[in-house]
Design a protein around this ligand. Sequence first.
Ligand code: F6R
Length: 366
Amino acid sequence: ELGGYRHYMQKEIFEQPRALAETLEEALSHGDLNPTIFGDHASNVLSAIDSVTIIACGTSYHAAMVARYWIESVAGIPCNAEVASEYRYRDSVPNPNALIVTISQSGETADTLAALKHAKSLGHVHSLSICNAPESALVRESGLRFLTRAGPEIGVASTKAFTTQLTALLLLALVLGKLRGRISAAQETAHLDALRHLPAMVNQVLLLEPQIELWAERMAFKQHALFLGRGLHYPIAMEGALKLKEISYIHAEAYPAGELKHGPLALVDSDMPVVAIAPNDALLEKLKSNLQEVRARGGELYVLADQDSQMQAQEDVHLIKLPEHAGLLSPILHTVPLQLLAYHAALQKGTDVDKPRNLAKSVTVE
Ligand code: F6R
């Protein structure tokens, strides 16, 4: 049932083109950005709300963080992302016009479910869940729903569930943007075309596996690693760090690159690999100067850049170029090499990739 793969995690990483295509199937079948993909009454609800609060745990929380950037920039709606175990116990200020979005692979995560119930008890009436388990408690508790079609995820470390969640959240940002008149007909067509190409683009990124494997060989026996990104790619840096610590037990931290000189730079020396997500976006020049600071302290850089990037490999700068700059889709594409990096680092170390120590697939107790 592993179909030639060594581990479920590897299989699930390579299943992503199919998982994304299936997750997009209904949305693309309409030929426009159609609110009904979130439920029959979605158009009314999504037009009425004035803010979005997204709640999740772990990897699903990282998807929420990316969505915050998308929703504010594409739809112009205030959005915040919260860790479920914090939201449910803090005194928050309810807003009856907010949309409460929960994200979960399993739909059974105790804190996420309790956070949704808590939000409702505070008077929130609009809810949407993005979930990979159709019959789950979370889906039953939510007014609107979007089911990701990753298929069963067996590896404890979430991979295809995350990229399909991101895809669903980008659709949400685009639908919200359209309902608010912020997306022209031409832009709508362009977004749909880009989404249609997403599975093929992920396939291209998967071809980078041999290069990533070389990075993993260099990094596997380090004690620590730092992941840097800016904007949409800061949460992807967090996800890369979480994957690495989860399955290879290397201590990894992620920072928004601009925070480097506010503390973490003190950690950088020749034993500290620094992984940077450096696509050709508006933040690249800022990021480059952060990377110079790392090099000046003897840190070894592992940079993910775009095909036409001006960045160059050097003795202390390892460079992998992704096929093309994917704009809003870029965080989805940059996730894949980081999953492969964690996977191959774990293989080098011989850890139990699919069942990392101390972790359970579904966290149904708090
Ligand atoms: C990390 C991982 C966890 C889950 C988290 C939430 O690889 O899998 O961090 O993302 O436990 O689980 P769900 O999405 O099922 O609510």
